[in-house]
Every structure is written in structure tokens, then in C-alpha cells.
Design a binder for this molecule. Structure first.
Ligand code: SDX
Length: 437
């Protein structure tokens, strides 16, 4: 609580009633007006479609400053974690709140290896219910629903040890499931994780099999994937994390709550944007139309077309993740010797980025390339099918989802989420039998 107060005055036919609202102090960013007394004292609800200016919870996990382009996991700047850490260590940090020492990280990695196992026959049977070309996000939801059935214990969500075990299971098994979705698509056998490899390298080997390229390129691929996972690990109360919190607030099991989060992430306005970026670039190349034509369409209010991979609800400065991943994207393209004029899709991306960053419509609305603009290009260059991009995003965001779920379930003040509404429907109607209508 701060010493600050906000006064709210209701004025009806000259009669005034004033209440004082407490202000809750943030350790970073805007302080928060506690609006809970409004309904009790004045009988009003507040209205904020899309939750543009509403805090849904208290959290200590991630902080974003959209105006300054800052992103911090448990207080550590994303730039330092991207440069000096790895995804498994970042998972430990996000869940437990502090960076691990060598023993803690070794134990954590050993637990992830143990929990990475899934039964090949069972998962093959489940995936075979879907055609190979079906969207893997639907299969991911089915596979995590299978975990919800395996590990359902409705009495356990208040047990810290159950929550910790659920987190380790999900971080570990999401890598196995993601890899097996790719094997299912390509008709390759399902392999268990190689315990001698790191989390990310073990994931890539399950997904692609033994890497037969040169060692330097293998390291480039592992580093690029590890960076994508770190940058997508968490992002405050984004749509899918808010979905997991709302689902989890009903005390459903965490696996079921994550299925809801995966469904939310699938949308092209959210996690589906990286797939939508490549489809947009393909459409632009195939159409033969100029980039200016598409920029004009993006500006046109009557045209549903938007530039995928541009804009962000919070970042009204450059997405710091985009700055970091942009360099990796260009390094990968030059190492693989792609992206020149003979690669129209990648050349189009480069030119689109340049034009949008100079166009007044985008500058005035602070619409910069976001992390999905570049991650889509990297994953495309690594040879992943387009519809697997959001599955990779879900693999990364699992740690964010389960860390927020755990934080919420550990908070004794947590209540079931139940928003109110502005009702503008009809009120006084009497039922009439069908023959009288
Ligand atoms: C992610 O929340 C998170 O943290 C998400 C995420 C995470 O890590 O979890 O960061 C991941 O979802 C990144 C965003 C990926 N989505 C896309 O790239 C899809 C394209 N972007 C847009 O759909 C849009 O920018 C959103 C959804 C990202 C943000 O939408 P907002 O905050 O509701 O913004 P808005 O619709 O209010 O736009 C403000 C203005 C509008 O124009 P005006 O009405 O002011 O004239 O900007 C325009 C919009 O029309 N605009 C765009 C645009 N995005 C916004 N115009 C053209 N192209 C775009 N991409």
C-alpha cells in the first residue's frame, strides 16, 4: 500500500458522494488503484474490454516496461539471460525465483531427463488418430490432455510438492511431445531423449534425429533454438498466461489449465503470429504485388489485413526480444548463405522491415517488428514446417504458464476469476407460446 489515495466522486442530481481508493505500490512500473471498494461503496463495476489498463493479479515473475523496451525475468534483464544463460537455467529461475548454483542446476536437469519419458506406443496411437497434415497445435492439446488424464488428482493443487512435480513433468514432457509431433509429421520413429545431451540439444535430436551437418552448424542451430526458447519463456499477463491463470483459479489440474493456454496461444494475434508472418511473406511473394500495396492495405481501416509480426499491446518501443533475435536471425542466414536475392521470402522480410520502420503510419502508432517477425524466419530457415512454429512457442512458454499457475496456487488470497459485464440487452420481456408469436 502507498500513502497515495485516489478520490472518486459520484455526482447525481447535484448530490455528491466521495470515496477514497487505496493505491497499491509496484516495485517497478505504474502503481495500481485498488478498485475493489467501488462496487461495495458506490455500486458500480469498471469497464475495460481487452484489459488494456487493468491488473488482474499480483506477480513477482516478469516485468515489462513497454515504453522503455525493457523485459526482466525475476529482475534479470533479458539481454543478460540471452547472452549468458541457457533455457534450462532460465526455467529454474522463472519457477524458483533465483538462479541455481551448479548442484541445483544439475539436479534440476536430472529431474527433467527422468520426466522426459513418454510411452511411444500410447503417444503413437494418440497421434495416429490425427492425419499427418493436421495442425500440430490440435495434436499438442490432445497430448497434454492425455497428461491431464494420467496425472489428474483434484486434491493436489494446494500441495507444493505436487505443483513442483507437475512443473518438472510439463517442462520435460513438452519437449518430448513437440519432438514427436515433428516425427509424426515426417513419418519417423518416436525416440526418447538422450540423457547425455542438454535440454535443447536433446529436444533437437528427438525431433530431427542425429545431426549429420558440420559441428559448427549444429552448434548454431542449438544456440538459435535455445535463444528462441529463452526469449519466448514468459511475458507477464499475456493472453495465454491469463487464460492459464483463469482456468487454474477454478482448481482444475495444471495439465488441463495448460491445454486452455495452448488453445489461446494458437491465435494469429498472439502466438500464431510467427506462422502467420511466413504465410504473409509467402502471399506477398506469390502475389507479385509491391510491398507498398501491402503497406497501404495495412493502413486501410476497411481492410482486415495487418502486417503480421508488427505491433504489440505493451511494447510501444522496440520489443527487446526482437532486437536480440534479429542479430541471430541475420547471423544464421549469412552462415547458411541464405537470404540473398535468390531467397525472395527472406529478401521480402528485410525490405518490409526497412519500409515499415520508415513509414509514418507505423512510426506514429509505434508499430515495430516484434519477436515473432524474426522467430518465424529463423524457424523457417531451420526447416521446421510453418504450422510447427507456434508449437515451439508453446514449448518455450510452458515454463511461464506453469510458473504463473504455481504463483497463483501458492497465494492464499487467490479467488476464482469471474469478470462482470456491461449488460445492454433487453430486460422486461414475457414469454409467449410459439403459436402466438
Ligand atoms: C505476441 O501479450 C504479449 O505479451 C504477447 C506476446 C507474448 O510474448 O506473449 O508478446 C506474443 O502475441 C506478440 C504479438 C504477435 N501478433 C502479431 O504480430 C499480429 C499483428 N499485430 C496486431 O494484431 C496487434 O499489433 C496486436 C494484437 C499485437 C496488438 O493489438 P492492440 O494492442 O489491440 O493494438 P491495436 O489493435 O489497438 O492497434 C493500435 C493501432 C490501430 O490503428 P488505429 O485504430 O489507431 O488507427 O495500430 C494498428 C491498429 O489498426 N495496428 C496495426 C497492426 N497492429 C496494430 N496496423 C497494421 N498492422 C499491424 N500489425
Amino acid at each position: 500500500m502507498t500513502h497515495k489515495k485516489i478520490k472518486l466522486t459520484e455526482s447525481v442530481s447535484g448530490k455528491e458522494k466521495e470515496i477514497e481508493l487505496p493505491v497499491l505500490e509496484s516495485t517497478a512500473g505504474a502503481d495500481i488503484i485498488d478498485i475493489r471498494p467501488i462496487h461495495a461503496e458506490l455500486g458500480y463495476f469498471t469497464f475495460d474490454p481487452g484489459f488494456v489498463s487493468t491488473a488482474s493479479c499480483e506477480s513477482k515473475i516478469t516485468y515489462i516496461d513497454g515504453g522503455r523496451g525493457l523485459l526482466k525475468y525475476r529482475g534479470y534483464p533479458i539481454e543478460q539471460l540471452a547472452e549468458q544463460s541457457n533455457f534450462a537455467e532460465v526455467c529454474y529461475l522463472l519457477f524458483y525465483g533465483d538462479l541455481p548454483d551448479r548442484r541445483q542446476l544439475d539436479e534440476f536437469n536430472q529431474s527433467l531427463v527422468r520426466h522426459s519419458h513418454l510411452d511411444e506406443d500410447t503417444m503413437a496411437a494418440l497421434l495416429n488418430c490425427f492425419g499427418r497434415e493436421r495442425h500440430p497445435m490440435a495434436m499438442l492439446m490432445a497430448a497434454v490432455s492425455h497428461l491431464a488424464a494420467l496425472y489428474h488428482d483434484e486434491t493436489a493443487v494446494h500441495d507444493p510438492q505436487y505443483r513442483e512435480r507437475a512443473a518438472h513433468r510439463l517442462i520435460a514432457k513438452m519437449a518430448t511431445i513437440t519432438a514427436w509431433l515433428l516425427c509424426h509429421r515426417n513419418g519417423r520413429p518416436l525416440r526418447q531423449r538422450n540423457p547425455a545431451l542438454s535440454y535443447t540439444e536433446g529436444f533437437l535430436q528427438m525431433a530431427f534425429g542425429k545431426f549429420d551437418g558440420k559441428a559448427s552448424l549444429r552448434k548454431t542451430f542449438v544456440d538459435a533454438m535455445d535463444l528462441i526458447l529463452i526469449l519466448h519463456a514468459d511475458h507477464e499477463q499475456n493472453a495465454s498466461t491469463s487464460t492459464v491463470r483463469l482456468s487454474g483459479s477454478t482448481e482444475t489440474n495444471p495439465y488441463a489449465a495448460l491445454v486452455a493456454g495452448i488453445a489461446s496461444l494458437w491465435g494469429p494475434a498472439h502466438g500464431g503470429a510467427n506462422e502467420a508472418v511466413i504465410r504473409m511473406l509467402e502471399d506477398i511473394v506469390e502475389s507479385g504485388e509491391s510491398l507498398e500495396y501491402y503497406i497501404d492495405r495495412a493502413r486501410d481501416k476497411n481492410d482486415h489485413f495487418r502486417l503480421m509480426g508488427f505491433g504489440h499491446r505493451v511494447y510501444k518501443n522496440y520489443d527487446p526480444r526482437a532486437k536480440i533475435i534479429r542479430q541471430t536471425c541475420h547471423n544464421l542466414l549469412s552462415e547458411l548463405d541464405v537470404g540473398g536475392d535468390n531467397q525472395p521470402l527472406l529478401e521480402t522480410a528485410r525490405r518490409l522491415e526497412t519500409i515499415a520502420l520508415e513509414d509514418d503510419y507505423f512510426i506514429s502508432r509505434k508499430l515495430y517488428p516484434n519477436v515473432d517477425f524474426y522467430s518465424g524466419i529463423i524457424l523457417n530457415t531451420m526447416g521446421l514446417p510453418r504450422d510447427m512454429f507456434t508449437v515451439i512457442f508453446a514449448l518455450a512458454r510452458t515454463i511461464g504458464w506453469i510458473s504463473h499457475w504455481n504463483e497463483m496456487m501458492a497465494d492464499k488470497h487467490t479467488r476464482i476469476g469471474r469478470p462482470r459485464q456491461l449488460y445492454t440487452g433487453r430486460c422486461e420481456r414475457a414469454f409467449t407460446p410459439i403459436d402466438e408469436r
